[in-house]
Design a protein around this ligand. Structure first.
Ligand SMILES: [Zn+2]
Length: 196
C-alpha cells in the first residue's frame, strides 16, 4: 500500500456520496450488487448528473462496498469519466493503492451496469481487479446509440487469461431497461458513433 494520503480523482455528486455513505450493509450476491449499481444508473439519470450507467467496487469476499461510480462525462466535462473509471479510480484512492492486487489487500470486484467499453476494458486490465460483473451487454449500449469502441472479439477470455473472472448478463433485463428509458427520454449521447 502507498502510505501517501489519496485524493479521490473523481468528485461524485452529492446524492451519490450519500448513497455511498449509507451502504454499510455488505451485498453478498452478484444479484444484490447488480441491483445496487442499476439503481445508481437510474439515479444518475433522475438527478440529471450523467448518462445511464452505474458501477461499484466491492470487497469480493465480504460484499462490502468500497466506492461507487456513475457516468460523469457531461458533469465533469471529462470523456474519461465513465462509471467504471470513476468507481475504479476512487476505490484505488480509498484502499490507497494503484494496484488492487498489492500485498495485504483482499480481492476486489467491479460490478457494472453495462459491459465495459474499450477504454474501461483497458482500465480493468491495469487495475488489478479480480473480477468483473456486467449487467447489460455492449450491444445493448450500442443499440441506443453509444459507441463502445473496439475491444477484442473474445474480451471476456482476454480478461480471464489475465486472471480476471468475468460474469455477464447478471440482471441484464433490468440493466437494459435503464438504457431504453434513457433513449426514450432523448438523453444525450456523449459518445456518438463517429466515422470521421
Ligand atoms: Zn467505458
Amino acid at each position: 500500500m502507498n502510505p501517501h494520503t489519496s485524493l479521490s480523482p473523481f468528485h461524485l455528486p452529492e446524492w451519490a456520496l450519500e448513497v455511498q455513505g449509507q451502504q454499510k450493509t455488505p451485498l453478498r450476491s452478484w444479484h444484490e450488487r447488480m441491483a445496487f449499481v442499476i439503481e445508481l444508473s437510474w439515479s444518475n439519470v433522475r438527478h440529471a448528473t450523467g448518462g445511464p450507467f452505474g458501477a461499484a467496487v466491492f470487497n469480493m469476499q465480504t460484499g462490502q462496498l468500497i466506492s461507487v461510480g456513475v457516468n460523469l462525462v457531461i458533469l465533469s466535462n471529462c470523456s474519461l469519466a465513465h462509471a467504471e473509471m470513476v468507481a475504479l479510480a476512487n476505490a484505488e484512492a480509498e484502499v490507497k493503492s494503484f494496484d488492487f492486487r498489492a500485498a495485504g489487500l483482499p480481492p476486489y470486484e467491479l460490478v457494472t451496469s453495462c459491459a465495459p467499453c474499450a477504454m474501461c476494458f483497458g482500465a480493468i486490465l491495469s487495475s488489478g481487479i479480480r473480477q468483473v460483473v456486467c449487467g447489460a451487454r455492449t450491444e445493448d449500449a450500442e443499440a441506443i446509440g453509444f459507441d463502445e469502441g473496439t475491444k477484442p472479439d473474445h474480451w471476456t477470455a482476454a480478461l480471464e487469461n489475465r486472471g480476471i473472472g468475468v460474469q455477464v448478463d447478471v440482471n441484464r433485463d433490468e440493466a437494459v431497461a435503464v438504457l431504453q428509458d434513457y433513449r426514450a427520454r432523448g438523453g444525450v449521447l456523449y459518445v456518438p458513433h463517429r466515422t470521421q
